[in-house]
Design a protein around this ligand. Structure first.
Ligand SMILES: *Cc1c(COP(=O)(O)O)cnc(C)c1O
Length: 354
């Protein structure tokens, strides 16, 4: 259907040992590229050996940050298949990010086919120790050599892949989170809904402040009233208060996580009450004071679930569920990872076996 040319490497790299994987250090032997030129459209889909790319110093990506990215994983299942999880949703979201950043839409079918062929070529790069996976990073950068401020006339769409270690080598340990009061991640009307590098650059400061105080991540409040909860680090956030699971509604500045959406669907399927609505930090503080704040957790592709054991807001250090992972958090983690590693039957239609 799509004509994707493949040039195999003549010089395969040695694969890292499972225990030294970590995150984002190693890259597989091949990458997928697709180019865009104004007037021609997206063209020349190809799989080539992983290699540096050469760009003019005036390439627009270096100056005005016109870029978008995605993050997903390939897993080896218990039956030794390669599996992708909701990959179609990643390319759908990539196009929504493209729209916001004035980048021409990609053909989602072509991107998915390119990814499937790339994963097939580098199948041996998916590590198969428990909890490990092949992290996949599709991204688009503006490459037109030009300092004028306008949408670029040239782009590269590239997919690279990185074998990653288990996020939870020593079991799932809840993290300490600092509520950020000075800086914000995004505002309604800004780029918070798009997966674009600039959002990450502007979040580094909050991360630095949190780290300095001994906290793992920042909890971001809304940019207008500094009152409503948005996200935690680069994850979506959920609270269980008095038996009800609550996550901030997608309000224009929150990144619509695919893990977030999966959690909501699993909760509904299991008959656990779940609400998408505005939730203020005051409501969380109050729930903590009256003993109904039962669980807090972040969700995202990298960790699946990251339970919060302590939340610090102003001078108030709130301990959550005695610093242990909660029942719902554990159930959601087990369900999602069960689907991803193929040990649970996929009744949702979320998995693509290769
Ligand atoms: C990618 C991302 C998430 C999580 O999205 P998933 O699709 O669940 O991985 C959440 N928040 C931000 C800011 C993100 O960039």
């Amino acid at each position: 259907m799509f004509d994707i040319k493949t040039e195999l490497t003549t010089n395969p790299k040695e694969k890292p040992a499972p225990e030294e994987l970590g995150f984002g250090h190693f890259f597989s032997d091949h990458m997928f590229i697709l180019d865009y030129t104004d007037g021609v459209g997206w063209h020349d889909p190809r799989i080539v050996p992983y290699q540096p790319i050469s760009l003019d110093p005036s390439a627009m990506i270096f100056h005005y940050g016109q870029s978008v990215f995605e993050g997903l994983k390939a897993y080896v299942t218990v039956d030794n298949d390669a599996l992708l999880f909701r990959a179609d949703q990643n390319f759908k979201r990539l196009n929504r990010s493209n729209e916001r950043l004035c980048i021409p839409a990609i053909d989602e079918e072509l991107a998915l086919e390119g990814l499937k062929q790339l994963v097939t070529v580098d199948r041996d790069w998916i590590p198969n120790n428990p909890g490990t996976s092949l992290y996949i990073r599709p991204f688009i950068i503006a490459t037109e050599p030009n300092l004028g401020v306008h949408p670029s006339k040239k782009y590269h769409f590239i997919i690279i892949m990185s074998p990653s270690g288990s996020y939870y080598k020593e079991g799932i340990n809840p993290v300490k989170i600092l509520v950020e009061e000075q800086f914000v991640r995004a505002v309604k009307g800004g780029t918070g809904e798009a997966k674009t590098g600039g959002n990450y650059a502007s979040a580094l400061k909050g991360q630095e402040i949190a780290s300095r105080e001994g906290y793992a991540q920042t909890l971001w409040l809304d940019g207008k009233e500094n009152k409503y909860i948005e996200e935690v680090g680069s994850m979506n956030i959920f609270f269980k208060i008095n038996g009800i699971v609550i996550t901030p509604a997608l309000n224009g500045s929150i990144l619509p996580g695919i893990t977030r959406d999966s959690m909501i669907q699993v909760l509904k399927f299991k008959g656990i009450p779940v609400e998408e609505r505005q939730i203020s930090i005051d409501e969380v503080v109050e729930a903590h004071q009256n003993g109904t704040l039962e669980e807090v957790f972040g969700t995202g592709t990298a960790a699946v679930i990251s339970p919060v054991g302590e939340l610090k807001y102003l001078d108030d250090k709130m301990s959550i569920n005695k610093g242990e992972i909660g029942e719902i958090s554990q159930m959601l983690y087990d369900t999602l990872t069960g689907l991803q590693y193929g040990s649970i039957d996929d009744t949702f239609g979320w998995t693509i076996r290769l």
